[in-house]
Design a protein around this ligand. Structure first.
Ligand code: PA5
Length: 440
């Protein structure tokens, strides 16, 4: 059994043993299709064996580049959108201090990390230019296609800033591009300017790319042990590829969510009681949303951060339209204890908690909420993550990727394409007057 485990006890009233057995068979067939190399989108299944087959020479270069950036930069910009930044942000926020960018630089012992190129807001760009100020910075421009508008716009601005500060040659030592190995505008530019490049493999799509250079360079820059991250993923890979349904947490998760979808539960809300997991949820939303939401099918992936959102979305989850289920990401490791102290006056009435750890209060809130939502008719699935470290996160990333590949195949969609993402681009290019795009 791996570190990451799955539990559907709190969805028991919705998932009968017979249904689970039948869906288990569907999940077994879906896994076979996924692993056969002949299923829908099979050209994009390079992520399956990646934890074992990653390019060791490039891995060493990533570690080397990260060490240089940590040494010579006070700020590190990660430019990318969708699958080209969400995984890195998820890992960096989950595995580091909640206030990583704000702690004393000596304690942080690495550059501040900011993400851009994931919107087209000029005030966001201006704000980031202000934040960099006259400090030393480096850039990782990440785009598989090399032509995505949002990151390309930001890259122009920050490349110019780097060239002004360091000169063209100096800037070239601080700009790192992660893109296709041979094709595309970014690869061409990087080669002509002498930027160091890293590869997004041909057979891995953006949302499955966190364990390639796409995620690994920015994750390594934040000081995370990327060897341990890959070890966790490799461990999960061996298990999920071969373990039977009864012992396969990822397949069980895929099966349960499809059973619930069959009962009209068309919204899945992922939730964690740790704010640092917010971007794990964002990464997960893209993974499942882009993989399954097509052909007028799929579960709408949503997220909340608890307990904060119990005071906003909690009402709807408890009592609103009964078309949703929850998946709790239970991060069991809360770190060093913070014990509540007794106060003489007890004006806030919290003395009954004296001697208790804040983590205990948080877990009680979680348990109470699960039971309340169950009473309100909401099935709750649980994914348990016992430790908050790189190895467990590697396992968790792979858990969701594998579950998504199986789930998409159960659903009968191609989990590896995203034709719907193109529609807005065509309209935007037409409005911008891009050559080749004319009004219909
Ligand atoms: O999953 C995907 O393929 C997308 O979300 C892409 O990651 C995103 O659109 C960015 O594409 P690119 O890396 O080509 O700039």
């Amino acid at each position: 059994m791996g570190r990451v485990t799955f539990d559907h006890t709190y969805a028991g009233a919705f998932i009968g043993a017979d249904e689970l057995e039948a869906m288990g068979k569907a999940a077994e067939s879906a896994r076979q299709v996924l692993l056969s190399g002949e299923g829908p989108g099979s050209d994009y299944t390079g992520w399956i064996d990646l934890p074992e087959k990653n390019d060791r020479e490039e891995f060493a270069r990533i570690k080397d580049a990260a060490a240089r950036i940590r040494e010579n930069s006070e700020v590190f910009l990660v430019i990318g959108i969708g699958g080209s930044y969400l995984g890195a942000r998820a890992a960096n926020e989950f595995l580091n201090h909640d206030f990583y960018n704000l702690v004393n630089p000596e304690k942080r012992n690495g550059p501040q990390i900011f993400y851009c190129g994931n919107n087209l807001s000029s005030s966001y760009i201006r704000g980031l230019v202000d934040v960099i100020g006259d400090r030393d910075f480096s850039i990782n421009m990440i785009s598989k296609s090399g032509t995505t508008t949002e990151p390309a716009v930001s890259f122009r601005v920050f490349r110019e800033l780097a060239e002004k500060k360091y000169g063209r040659e100096g800037a070239a030592k601080r700009i790192f591009c992660t893109t296709d190995k041979a094709r595309g505008a970014l690869k061409q530019l990087a080669d002509s300017e002498g930027y160091e490049t890293f590869v997004v493999p041909d057979d891995i799509g953006g949302r499955y790319s966190v364990l390639t250079a796409v995620g690994l360079l920015p994750i390594a820059v934040s000081g995370v042990d990327i060897e341990a991250l890959m070890e966790g993923a490799a461990d999960a890979m061996k298990r999920y590829k071969t373990a039977p349904f009864e012992e396969n947490a990822a397949m069980q998760y895929a099966a349960c969510r499809n059973i619930l979808l069959g009962q009209g539960k068309v919204i899945e809300i992922i939730e964690s009681y740790e704010p640092s997991a917010q971007f794990v949820a964002e990464w997960w939303k893209q993974l499942f949303g882009e993989s399954e939401g097509k052909d007028h099918k799929g579960i709408f992936p949503a997220s909340v951060t608890l307990t904060a959102d119990l005071h906003s979305m909690g009402q709807f989850i408890q009592d609103g339209t009964r078309n949703l289920f929850e998946t709790v990401l239970d991060i069991e490791d809360a770190g060093e204890a913070i014990l509540m102290k007794e106060e003489a006056a007890d004006t806030d009435g919290l003395n009954y908690l004296a001697g208790k750890d804040v983590a205990f209060i948080n877990r009680s809130a979680m348990q109470g909420t699960i039971l309340a939502h169950n009473d309100g008719g909401v099935p709750v699935l649980k994914v348990n993550v016992p430790t908050r470290d790189a190895r467990s996160l590697g396992e968790l990333f792979y858990f969701f990727e594998f579950a998504c590949g199986v789930s998409g195949n159960i659903l009968g969609v191609n989990p590896f394409n995203q034709p719907g993402v193109e529609a807005y681009k065509k309209n935007m290019f037409m409005l911008l007057g891009k050559p080749g795009y004319t009004k219909a």
